[in-house]
Design a binder for this molecule. Structure first.
Ligand SMILES: [Zn+2]
Ligand SMILES: [Zn+2]
Ligand SMILES: [Zn+2]
Length: 773
């Protein structure tokens, strides 16, 4: 059993619970009710802390590993957590770099790649002495008579004298043996080699063969020819990699960096490995990202870009078609199986259309989340606790089943899996459900239910039980329109809610991004911290008002404080020790660093004299610690601020504190924060686009979001969402089913369901959850 006693971090109200190991556990509840605080900030963090505590750390470090927010815990396995943060994907991170598959592919090319010789254009594979000997013995039939030859690309008198002095007397020139003691070799020839030995393939030849091959390799730059005397048998030519065994041209050394578009050795010099220039596709590499030399290295008939740019399914087919022998076969098997485990997890999660070079910043949020998830299914750990935040977000019903299968695979390997989820599919598929609530923030933080999903369905008194039992529903009043908007190649019904559905990777996000290129449309992404807009109050431009209030007090005027003093971003306001961070970093070698509270400002981030100034008895730090609801009652007489705060409360964020860092908010909270700014400031574009707006939302939150959408529709906007959540698919005014980037169906959800297409039928079972008014 995993035991947690008296957890108090954030809004948790001294929560205690016991969870069985080796099962699928689902933590659910409204947005802001404390699910992440329990799963990540308590269970996952405590497991990590314990791991750090067993390491021999110094005094300061140990203090940072103590947990003041937990009374006791027991039975915690080593934990792996995947939180849903806004990933800041750089254009250099791709599907292949993020999953690590490109690393394996690079080793495959380094170890097994053949180079096309730049002079004679022959493909060249480098081999070790053992591989060369193996191949000779495996290729030549018994009783074959053959020469072991050390090829010469040119002859000069000095070289000949050296050979004779070393005891080599015979050369094979254009198939004819020439004895140097009897005649002078011709100056012109097409092939010339030192005859190192003459052998017959038979048992017991091994040691003499090895000696001869070694000698030949040392006489040349690592090249040896094996020439059977029978003219019908073909000659074998080997190299250890320094030069071409056919013409002697030096070969470039194959190194892993050669195949990295993030390394100067491998990147196309024209586009620096991005494959694109400001004008579009790079004219030099045609989007292949690598230098021409690197693309001259082949596995079978494929170069690096051929494989990295193939959709994952095709990549697997191409790799499966490759054949290697001996040691190379063993190397190939090992690497291929690593690639296979990772790739099949991606394919299972419905990402088979992606390729390894696809930049992460071109992926939808759901795709990116699954990509990070897939990395975990490649590990073969056992006895661990995996904690995933909304792994099912953006998945179609089919893909959810595949994900469940993968999660069950982790459990079968001897692990425990905790998911934070709202989807009825995952709630009902779990063995244990934990429901947090009842509300958000201060109104949440309690455990309302622990038990099986069957029991939960009979509990109409919890927010989740109410929906699962059918007592409450997702609802929306439908809108109709005959007016349309023309955007590029699309005709969009005006001032209604349009929903794009379809399996992932089918082009919903690309379609949104295509629309977003027009001036009339704008993609609305969840709030992200930008520069000084890093806390809730500054995001809605209310911090300025608060600072002016403080600066206008008698105390502030007496000290000559300006509004700038009340910011932890300015030199005037911030704590001089931690520079306004409120904490400082402790670096531990080889481990991720820990943070400790700043002892000068005690985490308040402000200078001490700034904190002495108070408005209505509260200093800036205390004001920022107020929740939106508290601030509303305290600052009721500041209309400019109240307008903003009221809206935050209306979108259901009344429990956030003014100074809460945007980084610490869940996806759903950031979504609503963005919407409240939208409602406050308006937007020039007529059409607002949303990619998977259901992210992080409980049923109850979805109803709130739908209500916010109504306000935007009332203001005249047209809304387009890409989301497979049944609330949007079944409650939209119009639905477009996307297949391979094209609109395969457009019409009302009713007609869509009536046509009984294979994708539409997957949504029938969600009909009891919704109500159209
Ligand atoms: Zn060559
Ligand atoms: Zn290029
Ligand atoms: Zn400080």
């Amino acid at each position: 059993m995993i035991r947690i006693t008296g957890a108090k971090i954030h809004n948790l109200k001294s929560v205690s619970l016991e969870l069985p190991k080796g099962v699928l556990i689902c933590i659910t509840g409204p947005s802001g009710s404390g699910k992440s605080s329990l799963a990540f900030d308590t269970i996952c963090q405590e497991a990590r802390r314990r791991y750090l505590a067993v390491l021999n750390l110094g005094q300061t470090e140990r203090r940072a590993t103590e947990n003041p927010y937990l009374e006791a815990a027991g039975g915690l396995p080593p934990s792996v957590g995947l939180e849903q943060k806004v990933p800041q994907a750089s254009p250099r991170s791709t599907v292949g770099t993020l999953t690590g598959i490109l690393d394996y592919l690079r080793v495959l090319f380094t170890e097994l790649g053949s180079i096309e010789c730049k002079s004679c254009k022959n493909p060249v594979i480098s081999q070790t002495l053992t591989e060369i000997l193996d191949e000779i013995q495996n290729t030549l039939p018994l009783k074959t008579k053959f020469y072991v030859l050390a090829p010469l690309w040119q002859i000069n008198p000095e070289g000949l004298r050296f050979l004779q002095a070393e005891g080599f007397q015979r050369l094979l020139i254009d198939g004819k043996v020439i004895d140097l003691t009897e005649e002078n070799p011709p100056q012109k020839f097409s092939s010339c080699a030192i005859l190192v030995d003459r052998l017959i393939m038979k048992e017991g030849v091994e040691s003499r063969l090895e000696e001869a091959v070694r000698l030949a390799l040392s006489l040349t730059r690592g090249v040896v020819w094996i020439k059977p005397l029978d003219k019908n048998q073909s000659e074998l030519r080997f190299t250890r990699g320094e030069c071409c065994p056919h013409c002697g041209t030096p070969l470039p050394e194959i190194r892993a960096e050669f195949f990295s578009f993030n390394h100067s050795l491998g990147a196309c010099p024209h586009c620096q490995g991005t494959g694109e220039t400001a004008e579009g596709l790079c004219p030099e590499c045609k989007g292949k990202r690598l230098k021409a030399e690197a693309l001259k290295v082949f596995l079978g008939s494929f170069n690096f870009a051929d494989l990295a740019q193939s959709p994952l399914k095709e990549l697997m087919e191409k790799l499966s078609s490759l054949k290697f022998e001996g040691l190379k076969a063993r190397i190939f098997e090992g690497l291929f199986s690593e690639i296979k485990t990772r790739t099949s997890a991606l394919i299972d999660l419905g990402l088979d259309d992606l390729n390894l070079f696809r930049p992460c910043n071109k992926l939808s949020l759901g795709e990116l989340q699954r990509l990070r998830l897939a990395a975990f299914f490649g590990e073969k750990l056992s006895g661990c606790l995996y904690i995933f935040d909304e792994p099912g977000v953006g998945l179609s019903p089919m893909e959810k089943e595949r994900l469940l299968f993968l999660l069950q695979g982790l459990i079968a390997q001897g692990n425990t899996v905790i998911i934070v989820e709202h989807d009825p599919f995952f709630i009902t598929a779990s063995q244990v459900v934990v429901e947090m609530g009842p509300g958000a923030g201060r109104h949440g933080g309690k455990i309302l239910f622990v038990g099986s999903p069957e029991e939960l369905i009979s509990r109409e008194d919890t927010p989740t039980g109410a929906f699962l039992s059918g007592k409450r529903r997702l609802f929306r009043r439908l809108r109709q329109t005959k007016e349309t908007l023309k955007v590029g190649r699309f005709t969009i019904p005006k001032q209604v809610l349009l929903c794009l559905v379809g399996p992932s990777g089918t082009g919903k996000t690309s379609l949104l991004k295509e629309l977003a290129e027009y001036e009339q449309a704008k993609l609305i992404t969840p709030a992200t911290p930008k520069g000084r807009e890093s806390i809730v109050i500054s995001y809605i431009e209310g911090l300025k008002i608060l600072r002016e209030l403080l600066a206008s007090t008698k105390e502030a005027r007496a000290r000559g404080f300006k509004p700038a003093h009340f910011s932890f971003f300015t030199k005037e306001g911030r704590c001089p020790v931690c520079k306004g961070l409120g904490r400082y970093e402790i670096k531990i070698p080889h481990l991720s660093s820990l943070w400790a509270v700043c002892e000068e400002c005690l985490g308040t981030k402000f200078r001490r004299d700034v904190l002495e100034v108070k408005f209505r008895g509260l200093n800036i730090h205390e004001l920022l610690n107020l929740t939106v609801e508290e601030a509303l009652s305290l600052l009721a007489r500041v209309p400019k601020l109240c307008e903003k705060l009221t809206l935050l409360a209306e979108v259901g964020l009344g429990y956030l504190t003014l100074g809460q860092e945007i980084n610490s908010l869940s996806g759903g909270e950031r979504q609503r924060l963005r919407l409240s700014r939208l409602l406050l400031k308006g937007e020039k574009a007529q059409i607002l686009l949303f990619d998977v707006p259901s992210i992080g939302l409980h049923f109850e939150d979805i109803n709130k979001l739908l209500a916010l959408f109504e306000r935007l529709l009332d203001q005249g906007y047209t809304l387009v969402v890409a989301d497979n959540h049944p609330a949007f698919a079944l409650l939209a005014d119009e639905i477009w089913e996307i297949k391979q980037g094209e609109i395969a169906f457009s019409g009302t959800p009713e007609t869509w369901l009536k046509q009984k297409g294979p994708f539409a039928r997957l949504f029938e079972k969600y009909l009891p959850l919704i109500e159209r008014i």
